[in-house]
Design a protein around this ligand. Structure first.
Ligand SMILES: NC(=O)c1ccc[n+]([C@@H]2O[C@H](COP(=O)([O-])OP(=O)(O)OC[C@H]3O[C@@H](n4cnc5c(N)ncnc54)[C@H](OP(=O)(O)O)[C@@H]3O)[C@@H](O)[C@H]2O)c1
Length: 362
């Protein structure tokens, strides 16, 4: 039996059919598998059959275990188990103004958390992070060539999700020069193991005049679905504003947090006027905001808006702004991902509640 099939067979599941404990380490070894051709695979019912055709790794994994089982439905034979975790409800969505497509409002940032090799014992957690996102109805995953191994890790873990995961893949171009940009974006397709990237963004506006024509061309050709720009600091807002005014764009990704609200003044109203979807990066200020808030009592009305923790409240503060489309808290921690996704449910905050939170961090 090939090693990857052994690894699949060794996976352990909880009673709801999700992979548990250390067996996630085996997912890492499965994703390392380079098999292009096998003679044996599991039918999924305990039998093994011979075949000599070439199969892609993804197809093999599907045949071997129903790769949907790997993330969503549990072990072979348990495909009838109901999906779990949302209590029958799903995450709220907002419309992307340029297309009217609905997007779930809480996504995932891969900076730091997904910069990890399969040999790292914590790699196994990342599959669970994705599972937590999808289970709650989320789908936006944001990456960049700047984030070390994050694109590759994301591609590996999504490749064993069959049927194709619901991921809305956002990544970036982060280099100078037309040819260099093309080469880097081609590599992103390859690392993410996809032939279509949902959102391609120009990272920190680096060489944006050069990359934009390529992005427009690729959008027309159907290789990417949306075009965006990103930044993370107030010193760039002037340039961000100028580009928003000069160029038709689908998305802006920008820093916005309860204690970092500079975009409220001009950038968010401009996006609303121009019909540009807004993704909030650094919603926890890189983590510092949560450190400051933990230990303080939650406002008495938190339960009324379906919030159980400061991270959820900090995200809901952002989502309660009408110009915001989606937040992408970064994490490699499954518990954090599930908690963050919870901000996508229940009522949004009133203006008075938002003001109360602002006063708390001022
Ligand atoms: N210029 C750009 O385009 C740009 C710049 C910055 C960020 N981004 C994007 O935006 C995403 C988010 O920004 P970020 O990752 O820099 O910062 P962030 O989301 O503000 O904060 C991430 C930090 O918060 C922690 N965290 C996450 N969920 C938590 C929870 N429920 N409870 C307690 N702590 C929690 C994480 O811890 P763990 O690491 O332990 O999980 C991590 O240390 C990035 O991942 C990236 O995709 C883009």
């Amino acid at each position: 039996m090939p090693a990857w099939l052994n690894a699949l067979a060794a996976l352990k599941y909880d009673e709801q059919g999700r992979i548990v404990g250390d067996s996630y380490a085996d997912v890492a070894s499965i994703t390392e598998c380079q098999a292009q051709q096998v003679e044996t695979w599991s039918t999924g019912e305990g039998h093994f059959m011979s075949h000599s055709e070439g199969y892609t790794r993804r197809r093999l994994l599907t045949l071997a275990a129903g790769a949907s089982a790997v993330f969503t439905f549990g072990p072979v034979g348990a495909q009838s188990a109901p999906p779990t975790g949302t209590g029958g409800k799903t995450m709220q969505t907002r419309v992307i103004p340029s297309s009217n497509e609905s997007l779930p409002i809480v996504g995932l940032g891969t900076y730091r958390g997904f910069d990890m090799a399969p040999s790292d014992p914590a790699y196994k957690n990342l599959a669970v992070v994705l599972n937590a996102l999808f289970e709650k109805g989320g789908k936006v995953i944001d990456s960049s060539p700047m984030y070390g191994r994050a694109e590759q890790t994301t591609g590996e873990l999504l490749s064993i999700h069959e049927p194709r995961s619901p991921a809305f893949l956002a990544t970036k171009v982060w280099t100078r020069g037309r040819e260099e940009g093309i080469a880097q974006m081609e590599q992103s397709f390859s690392l993410l193991q996809t032939d279509r990237i949902d959102l391609m963004q120009i990272h920190n506006l680096l060489d944006w005049q050069i990359h934009l024509p390529t992005l427009r061309h690729w959008k027309e050709a159907g290789r990417i679905r949306y075009i965006g720009i990103t930044h993370y600091t107030a010193s760039a807002y002037e340039e961000v504003e100028a580009v928003l005014k000069a160029e038709p764009l689908d998305f802006l990704q920008i820093n916005y947090a309860l204690d970092d609200r500079g975009v409220e003044k001009r950038i968010l109203p401009l996006c609303r006027d121009r019909g540009v979807a807004v993704i909030c990066n650094r919603p926890f200020g890189g983590g510092g905001l949560i450190d400051r808030l933990q230990g303080k009592p939650l406002p008495g009305w938190a339960a009324q808006v379906g919030v159980k923790s400061w991270p959820q409240l900090a995200l809901k503060f952002l989502l309660s702004h009408s110009a915001v489309t989606c937040v992408i808290p970064g994490t490699g921690n499954p518990r954090y991902m599930a908690e963050n996704a919870g901000a996508g449910f229940g009522p949004m905050l009133t203006d008075a509640q938002r003001q109360q939170l602002i006063a708390l961090v001022s």
